[in-house]
Design a protein around this ligand. Structure first.
Ligand SMILES: [Zn+2]
Length: 115
């Protein structure tokens, strides 16, 4: 499943940082998951919690930011809100939309403990 492999990638990133910066564990992990990132937030949270025990993420609090989706409409030449990929322009009904926001999936920040 998609979110499980994403969770594995996030864990690897965290453990690489832990080695590089010599901390033992993460207390708070902040992730940015855009509305158009194609990620089911609850599934990602569940997958992260499932792999956390025994890792640097054990006991970490997960916080999510969800930037709203937006797109540039080529038909009416304006930026419009886009709740999901594949939806039409709210202004003119065109499907010629180029997502410009809300596609992010990244680790924003982590608070760490080294004891
Ligand atoms: Zn439009």
């Amino acid at each position: 499943m998609h979110e499980a492999s994403l969770a594995g990638g996030i864990l690897k990133l965290v453990e690489d940082a832990a080695r590089r910066e010599a901390f033992q564990r993460v207390t708070v992990l902040r992730l940015e998951v855009g509305q158009l990132a194609g990620v089911e937030l609850r599934a990602l949270k569940f997958a992260l919690e499932a792999i956390a025990p025994g890792t640097a993420l054990d006991g970490a609090r997960l916080e999510f930011e969800e930037p709203a989706g937006q797109a540039w409409c080529m038909a009416c030449s304006q930026t419009v809100p886009l709740a999901a990929r594949g939806m039409a322009c709210t202004g003119c009904g065109s499907y010629q939309l180029q997502p410009t926001g809300g596609t992010e999936l990244r680790v924003m920040d982590m608070l760490v403990a080294d004891e």
